[in-house]
Design a binder for this molecule. Structure first.
Ligand code: GAP
Length: 458
């Protein structure tokens, strides 16, 4: 298909597969329910995003510490947190085609209905177009049921109720459960945060839209502990910091929307939530969330575990449960918006040039070294340049196909600088450095390359 006729999501999905960013999971067996694997370039991209986040929000601040907790926790954690009871989506099933749907995704006003109205809900026709062509059914959809999103598994060799555990549905709980250990070992003073990154699992009813909604995904989030009287101040502060991070990722201001979630529509633990939404090609939907979790979690864990989770003010000895502001950042949605923002097409000499204009810090390769020909006198010099640069920058080495095709390939994966080694290099000890965005070329002495690139790759 001509790339100009494809929609943006199709183009991104195709580029991700073609260039090794993201592949369909278990592809040789026909895939598995919208699961995706990160390939060699995707893994670098994702790692750069996670590392940058950690540098900015954890190492770069004096008021944040990290943890890395177990994926499977004592099931009492999920009972105390309310997830066993409340972490649900409303599910309906078509009695004819047996497809299942999330009610709030097929019936726009679902969240606005009162509980009594939900009980007498009039089912709309089945949204499956193949089902719709078969006339005369009644009634098409079942009444809604609460469907719990936690994945269950068994710990150890016996598969009975006593061995039942959950894969974590969010990172947050470990940061509450580990709160007293962190306090004792770090001597942090309020306000301070505990940060974490890692995989979470949710048995979503309808995963879809590439990596937007999957059943396992990576999160980066922190719980920021404050005095109750300060929560509004820090809520506003973190909303601004989240915006700054998104601009740093390359997101344009106009593509963002801030959605104040109304009473009755928030997660069970939240007293205020702002969803940061993004204009995806498939509609305006959630990218990140910011929640005021009050002392809901610490209070419940203190009650259910019987352990003291209070904080003691070092100056006046006052003991209390801190309140919590929680900024949460989906990693895979960050990857998706980074790709959408970076994707550009330009017409150059009758051809479409596709470029991923990633911010330099995010690009999987920073530099590509391209000898003009495969002749040994050039490749020996080019390999040596690449080996030297590799000590400081992530480099690709490519000597296949014409130089034009190799430039296009590097543009498509977002490499900021291409270094061409040509026959003049053997005489002048210099190379051509081409800038991805401007296509401008500079002739630089090999001995000055490292300084030149360091200056450019800020
Ligand atoms: N601790 C709070 C929490 O987990 P959430 O809104 O349920 O909050 C956090 O999820 C973030 O995880 C979302 O803002 C979104 O970026 C991402 N996310 C949620 N469900 C997802 C899914 N099924 N696939 C990919 N990312 C998802």
């Amino acid at each position: 298909m001509n790339i100009l006729n494809m929609d943006k999501m199709e183009k991104i999905i195709s580029l991700c597969k073609r260039r090794g960013f993201i592949f369909p999971g278990s592809e040789i067996y026909g895939g598995l329910a919208n699961s995706w694997d990160y390939g060699p370039l995707g893994v670098e991209l994702k790692k750069n995003i996670k590392d940058e986040w950690w540098e900015l929000f954890v190492r770069g601040r004096g008021d944040m510490v990290g943890i890395d907790a177990a994926l499977i926790m004592n099931p009492k954690v999920w009972e105390a947190s309310g997830h066993v009871k409340e972490f649900t989506d409303p599910l309906v099933e078509c009695k004819k085609c047996h497809q299942r749907f999330r009610v709030d995704q097929i019936y726009e006003n679902w969240d606005k209905l009162q509980a009594e109205e939900k009980d007498v809900w009039h089912a709309p026709p089945c949204p499956n177009p193949n089902c719709r062509v078969m006339e005369n059914w009644s009634p098409p959809l079942s009444s809604p049921k609460k469907f719990n999103l936690l994945f269950k598994t068994f710990l150890g060799p016996t598969e009975d109720a006593s061995a039942e555990v959950y894969l974590r549905g969010e990172l947050a709980q470990a940061m509450f459960v580990d709160f007293p250990n962190v306090l004792q070992t770090t001597r942090e003073k309020l306000p301070f945060g505990i940060a974490s990154q890692g995989r979470v699992f949710r048995n979503e009813i309808t995963p879809g839209n590439f990596i937007f909604r999957t059943r396992e995904f990576d999160l980066m989030e922190f719980e920021y502990f404050v005095r109750e009287s300060d929560w509004q101040k820090y809520f506003e502060y973190w909303l601004e910091e989240m915006k700054k991070w998104l601009f740093h990722v390359g997101v344009k201001k106009d593509h963002l929307h801030f959605h104040e979630i109304k009473d009755g529509e928030r997660a069970h633990y939240s007293k205020r939530t702002v969803d940061i939404e993004y204009d995806y090609p498939f509609g305006q939907k959630e990218l990140y969330g910011l929640a005021y979790r009050t002392d809901f979690d610490l209070k419940n864990h203190q009650e259910k575990s019987g352990q003291n989770l209070t904080y003691t003010d070092k100056e006046n000895g006052e003991k209390f449960l801190p309140h919590v502001i929680e900024p949460t950042f989906g990693v895979d949605r960050t990857v998706l918006v980074a790709l959408l923002e970076a994707y550009h097409e330009e017409e150059v000499e009758g051809e479409t040039r596709v470029i991923l204009k990633f911010p330099h810090w995010m690009a999987p390769y920073k530099v590509a070294v391209l000898p003009l020909s495969k002749k040994p006198e050039l490749s020996t010099v080019a390999e040596k340049i690449c080996d030297d640069l590799r000590k400081n920058f992530v480099c690709d080495y490519d000597e296949t196909q014409s130089i034009g095709k190799r430039y296009r390939r590097q543009d498509e994966v977002g490499t900021p600088f291409c270094i061409t080694v040509d026959f003049d290099t053997l005489n002048d000890q210099a190379v051509t450095v081409r800038d991805r965005d401007t296509m401008k070329q500079d002739r630089i002495k090999i001995e000055d390359l490292k300084n030149y690139l360091n200056g450019k790759l800020q």
